[in-house]
Design a protein. Sequence first.
Length: 234
Amino acid sequence: MGPDLKQVLITAEQLQARVGELAAQIDADYADRDLLLIGVLKGAVMVMADLARAMHSPVQMDWMAISSYGSGTKSSGVVRILKDLDTDITGLHVLIVEDIVDSGLTLSWLAGNLRSRSPASLAVCAMLRKPGSAQMQVDVAYTGFDIGDEFVVGYGLDYAQRYRNLPFIGTLAPAVYSAVPQPAIHRDARASGVRRGLGEHNPPRGTLTFQALHQAVYRQSFEGWPSRRRSTGG
Ligand code: IMP
Ligand code: MG
């Protein structure tokens, strides 16, 4: 395996199979109700696209982009809306679609915000859930996988805006983010719109060898993936 990736945690096949199960469950649960899926940008793009296509009901889709402020390694739960919904959700059945619930603070805030808009119902679907979410009173009706308390990338999830397009969930080698503690980068990147500090234009050069990962991992399991060289400078 390439130096960037430590481990493939959940394969693309496992993700797709689980998304199919969730879609069937949601279809059944909302059989007699119109449903609005709300995807949280950017991480939920993959799960939202796959989930919606695996469903058989004609759902509506909308998107929100939010940014969490955090100091150090903790999410503060103070959230700013970067892009609000286009839809008035009053009286609608709403399902929030999230990539991952970590502390649950972001989701708690979002649920509270959406609840104040008087939807007919509000539920949450999260592809991944970390143990920390157990401390929060976040009711996640549909969970893809419960994972350990480690930083993961792929299937929408990023590290310094990279690796979102991996079709599986994996962990990064410690060397990739050993220079700066991961949560600090992560929160900072989100709060600043990714232009400050170790943002997307300033990854720790020499460690984020996407090309190496691409060669080692994609060639093994994703033969059809086009070979290309990553341009430098974002
Ligand atoms: P929370 O407020 O602590 O629940 O933070 C949730 C958000 O943090 C998610 O929507 C992700 O954007 C991000 N996040 C949490 N854990 C990870 C991870 O392991 N990899 C990538 N992003 C993560
Ligand atoms: Mg997210």
